[in-house]
Design a protein around this ligand. Structure first.
Ligand code: AMP
Length: 436
């Protein structure tokens, strides 16, 4: 199937071809005709599947027909969880809407000065991309007229719920026309998302395409067991010396760690910088622009960068600290291997992280092969190692190596540093994708 078969306006097709897209991705094939027909959809599609174009192309198609309502307010509203994702959506709208009329795009994001946003909102707008918190501020001040709004798109709705935006979203929706089309995209369709969909969408069609397994196929996942911080830093240095590494994102658990590691790397001669939520928007944009232009080789970031960064030269993602939630692992490593390129995702873990690793592996459906770098072997041998050679795809726990309590006790006696994995409660299991 080609884009021509999707009945999109020829000027949109022209922009798509210019972007180098030959064929629609599976989510685009399914979602675009439904959205053009005007129905609501709920779709599970993860980053890297072409989901942005899947909702943006039909939105632009709608805009090719003039609005019948006499107003200057937005006709399309896209809500995103983060500023970075909002920027990516805005850029996509501008790219695909390059040739079509009535495609003025503006972004209303937290961390940006109000006077500039007030000015933007006082002018006619077709597509408004916003993070919920800041948008609600402007709505309360009566700065936005939604009378001609046709479509509401909730992008990465699961993430918005995780970030506590549910009340803001509901409040925003209460200002929108009832007749609107509503589109919900989420990495996972769990009960919380289903509940929101039931409240905000009108008999939506469900589209479930991307399986996590197929999405990650082009990303080589590696695991290195680490003893301590010094060992981690030495391994990081080793990975960053890989001559195949063009650009990398190093993910840390805390903003402070991101700053410390970026400073250390910079001091060691790497072009490295940090990105996290404590930085103001201008600093964040400056850093991302450098990364996009290739002036920055290594970005050290918290999960603020786990979604929305789309740079094809990112060859490596390094989980200096494992993410808290399994779904964030997928988002993080999805920063590499963009648009079909190959990528490498390296994770550092201690033996304490084994239970957490299992959750990630269950969630992704992939086992992560553990590797040892000669000269950088972990002292603690409780992990699963294959010396850099894939002996088996099945993780050791699936083979029963780590599973019995007798084995656990034996190991605990033999190695006083071995820690029994913490109990997983039902709620943590659900958050991390256990049982999915
Ligand atoms: P997304 O899932 O929206 O983050 O998109 C992931 C990447 O796929 C982006 O770099 C898009 O530019 C690219 N992309 C989207 N649709 C297509 C397509 N039909 N063919 C090739 N690349 C695409």
């Amino acid at each position: 199937m080609s884009f021509e078969n999707l009945n999109l306006h020829p000027l949109i097709i022209k922009a798509i071809h210019e972007a180098g897209y030959v064929e629609p991705t599976p989510i685009q094939k399914q979602a675009i005709p439904e959205l053009i027909s005007g129905i609501d959809i709920i779709a599970s599609a993860q980053t890297g599947t072409g989901k942005t174009a899947a909702f943006m192309l039909p939105a632009l198609h709608q805009l090719t027909t003039p609005s019948t309502t006499n107003s200057r307010g937005p006709r399309i509203l896209v809500l995103t969880p983060t500023r970075e994702l909002a920027d990516q959506v805005s850029n996509a709208a501008k790219k695909y809407g390059k040739y079509t009329p009535r495609t003025k795009v503006i972004s209303i994001l937290g961390g940006m000065p109000y006077p500039l946003q007030n000015k933007l909102l006082s002018q006619p707008v077709d597509i408004l991309v916003a993070t919920p918190g800041r948008l609600i501020d402007h709505i309360r001040r009566g700065r936005i007229d939604f009378s001609r709004l046709q479509t509401l798109i909730l992008d990465e709705a699961d993430r918005m719920l995780d970030m506590g935006f549910l009340m803001d979203i509901k409040q925003i929706v209460s200002f929108l026309p009832q007749s609107r089309q509503t589109v919900l995209f989420s990495a996972t369709l769990d009960p919380a998302i289903e509940k929101v969909a039931a409240q905000l969408l009108n008999t939506p069609k469900r589209i479930q395409i991307a399986t996590r397994q197929t999405r990650l196929d082009h990303i080589e996942q590696r695991l290195h067991y680490v003893d301590d911080l010094t060992h981690k830093n030495r391994l990081l240095d080793h990975v960053l010396r890989d001559t195949g590494l063009k650009q990398a994102i190093v993910f840390t658990a805390t903003k402070r760690n991101a700053d410390i590691i970026a400073d250390n790397l910079y001091a060691c001669g790497h072009t490295a910088a940090a990105l996290h939520g404590d930085m103001n928007q201008r600093e964040r944009n400056r850093t991302l622009t450098k990364l996009r232009k290739g002036d920055l080789r290594i970005l050290v970031a918290t999960d603020v960068a786990a979604r929305g960064i789309d740079i094809s030269d990112i060859t490596h993602v390094i989980n200096f600290d494992l993410p808290k939630f399994a779904e964030d692992y997928v988002h993080r490593i999805g920063r590499t291997g963009r648009a079909g390129a190959a990528g490498i995702a390296v994770s550092f873990a201690s033996s304490k992280d084994n239970i957490h690793l299992k959750r990630i592996e269950r969630y992704t459906g992939h086992s992560i092969a553990s590797h040892i770098i000669p000269g950088l072997e972990p002292r603690n041998k409780t992990g699963r190692h294959n010396d850099g050679i894939k002996k088996s795809n099945a993780p050791a726990y699936r083979k029963g190596k780590h599973s019995t309590s007798a084995t656990l006790n034996k190991r605990q006696n033999a190695n006083p540093h071995f820690m029994r994995a913490p109990k997983v409660t039902r709620s943590t299991a659900n958050r991390s994708g256990l049982g999915k």
